[in-house]
Design a binder for this molecule. Structure first.
Ligand code: FAD
Length: 242
């Protein structure tokens, strides 16, 4: 059985998985493989509205969002893929005194670590976004550096950045089991989906099994009878039959 080795295997090619690949490779972990049972962005990332609101109810979550807002404008130049970032600002409306107080409290601590934020009146909120019905609005928090991003564009930008530093993307590969021995992950068992065979025009079904496959055409860069092992975290062994 031929072998492919990887230091890290990431399961899932949504915005989270590709972001992990992007950031690991930035840290120098270039021997990274990302697998997805379908295509990149085929999960909930595809359905996301892509709204990026930094004001969250925990410091670490807010800081992560602030990091994203700092990163998105730079991704196009770095990766060649436009993540579709638009910094248009957001309004967090309050229609109760309790909510307005909560927004003011959050604004206080957000400001303390550098998130620009302004508590505005209902009419000021309406001026900023005339389509809102402000009759019941008591006030709002305005965050000028918030915006929206194209979730698929962002995912592909992360993937491109990761690939340019050596990460490999494997669409059509489903993880079916992660064996654990004495509390340690020892492998990732995968199943490769049904794919068109580009050489014959026919289709071939490939699934986890024990016999190595004899032809390598199926998944372009997947080695025949692949066994993937990793040094640090995960290894996965794949027997392929078709
Ligand atoms: C309608 C909607 C609107 C949203 N709007 C916003 C918004 O405005 N702002 C915001 O921040 N968030 C929003 N979200 C949430 C956001 O989309 C998700 O938090 C985010 O996309 C999650 O990304 P992910 O990479 O964790 O998951 P996914 O994008 O779901 O990626 C998981 C991937 O794993 C793959 N996978 C699953 N099982 C396996 C397996 N066994 N083997 C191999 N691969 C596997 C799937 O194919 C998939 O591609 C919204 C979500 C929805 C549904």
């Amino acid at each position: 059985m031929s072998e492919e080795r990887a230091r890290v295997v990431i399961v899932g090619g949504g915005v989270a998985g590709t972001s992990i690949a992007y950031h690991l490779t930035k840290l120098g972990w270039t021997d990274v493989v990302l697998v997805d049972r379908s295509e990149l962005t085929s999960g909930s990332t595809f359905h996301s509205a892509g709204l990026v609101a930094q004001l969250r109810n925990s410091v670490s979550h807010t800081r992560m969002m602030m990091y994203g807002v700092d990163l998105y404008p730079r991704l196009k130049e770095e990766t060649g893929v436009d993540p579709g970032w638009h910094q248009v600002g957001t309004l967090h409306l309050a229609t109760s005194a309790y909510r307005l107080e909560a927004l003011a409290r959050m604004a206080g601590w957000a400001e303390s670590f550098g998130l620009p934020i302004e508590i505005v009146s209902a009419s000021q909120a309406h001026e900023r976004f005339p389509l809102i019905e402000s009759k019941d609005v008591l006030g709002a928090a305005f965050v000028p550096t918030d915006g929206h991003v194209d979730p698929s564009g962002l995912t592909f930008a992360f993937a491109e950045g990761a690939k340019s530093r050596g990460a490999r993307m494997r669409p059509g590969v489903r993880v079916v089991e992660i064996p654990v021995d004495h509390g340690r992950v020892t492998g990732v068992v995968i199943r490769v989906r049904r794919l068109a065979n580009p050489n014959s025009g026919s289709t071939a079904t490939v699934r986890a099994g024990s016999r190595p496959c004899s032809r390598a055409a199926l998944v372009a860069s997947w080695p025949s009878g692949a066994t993937m092992q990793t040094d640090a975290f995960l290894s996965f062994e794949l027997g392929i039959i078709w």
